[in-house]
Design a protein around this ligand. Structure first.
Ligand SMILES: *Cc1c(COP(=O)(O)O)cnc(C)c1O
Length: 349
């Protein structure tokens, strides 16, 4: 693939204070773009990060035929850019694409695009704190411009980057939703599709007004079994057993989830992927057996939960200092990503 490269005249890097980052607020100098037309991907190019221009009748705008990914590049101890499990992110992007009637993106092109982009923008990878990274956001959207409801035949694929630091500084308060639903069997819950997030804006706004950071989504049939949090998978530790909801098509198959499960199993922990509901959690809580609850995702890595609320019932999780298991996994993951520990699993590209 021949990528046409148009470099910025002058980098904006010096205008950004990498020690004071707000997630997703600043963007690196360049972005990769490619178009899908007549059944093929064409015109691969890297251009300065800037506005893009489309007609108001753009299919993606009206009907939400749009998907995305989120992954991170870190600098190792030699100062080389390393991306965490990019092939698996592409695999998931392609699964989202299939579900939303969009074209898959070839792996070789994806890796080449990432390498070219990292070559140009690697100085945007912050290294001050251990969790510092360059967040990489691939997005694909439908670019037909006829209004009739139809699967688009034209698409645009963009990869752009944003320097990132730790996502949450405090343990989270989550509201277990018994009113709104994120996903249900047969829906698109397992796709990283734009509409999934649009549907959560109002509930999120209401949760925040009540002092909660995020929603913990419950199943769409009985509102009893847990699904996931905002953009994170959820884990519970009950009586030394680790439980996380199974991949039943209503939740995202998180790469961080997968990595955490693998690290836990390596340490000899018993990890169950199964349904767990409000009843089991309340019981465990009342019996003093609910030891930990946390979310996992690329943006936040591993985020502890301080409190969960369901209706009038409140579950307060123990002090972070007692949560040694999740804290050690969080550190281990961060050290692998930054090259402070050997990457025995070949996770860093
Ligand atoms: C992205 C995302 C996750 C986390 O996936 P990772 O691959 O770990 O980043 C979990 N749930 C939802 C809804 C997401 O959008």
């Amino acid at each position: 693939m021949e990528i046409k490269i148009e470099k910025v005249a002058k980098s904006r890097l010096e205008t950004v204070d990498l020690s004071q980052l707000v997630f997703g607020k600043y963007f690196s100098d360049h972005m990769f773009m490619m178009d899908f037309e007549n059944e093929e991907w064409k015109n691969p190019r890297i251009v300065p990060f800037d506005n893009i221009c489309f007609k108001p009748s753009l299919t993606a705008l009206h009907y939400g035929q749009s998907i995305f990914e989120g992954m991170k590049a870190y600098k190792n101890q030699q100062g080389e850019p390393k991306i965490f499990r990019p092939k698996e992110h592409l695999e998931r992007l392609n699964k989202s694409a299939v579900r939303m009637a969009m074209p898959e993106f070839p792996e070789a092109m994806f890796l080449e695009a990432l390498s070219a982009l990292m070559q140009l923008d690697k100085d945007w990878i912050p290294t001050i704190n251990i969790d510092d990274s360059l967040y990489i956001r691939p997005v694909m959207f439908a670019t037909d411009t006829t209004l009739g409801l139809h699967p688009s035949e034209k698409f645009c694929f963009i990869i752009f980057c944003s320097p990132a630091s730790s996502y949450y500084s405090q343990p989270l308060k989550v509201l277990m939703s018994n009113e709104y639903v994120r996903a249900f069997p047969g829906g698109v819950g397992s796709a990283k599709a734009a509409g999934n997030y649009a549907a959560t804006m109002l509930p999120l706004k209401q949760a925040r007004a009540q002092g909660y950071d995020q929603l913990l989504w419950m199943d769409g049939v009985e509102f009893k079994s847990t699904q996931e949090i905002g953009t994170m998978n959820v884990f519970f530790v009950i009586d030394d057993r680790v439980i996380t909801p199974l991949l039943d098509g209503t939740i995202l198959d998180g790469i961080t989830r997968r990595s955490v499960i693998e690290l836990l199993k390596d340490k000899g922990y018993f990890v169950q992927e199964r349904r767990t509901g409000i009843g089991e959690l309340m019981n465990a809580y009342k019996n003093g057996k609910l030891e930990d609850a946390f979310g996992t995702g690329t943006a936040a890595s591993l985020a502890h939960i301080a409190e969960m609320k369901y209706g009038e019932q409140i579950i307060s999780l123990p002090d972070i200092s007692t949560r040694k298991l999740s804290t050690s996994i969080k550190t281990e993951l961060a050290e692998i990503k930054r090259g402070l520990r050997p990457d025995t699993k070949g996770w860093m590209y």
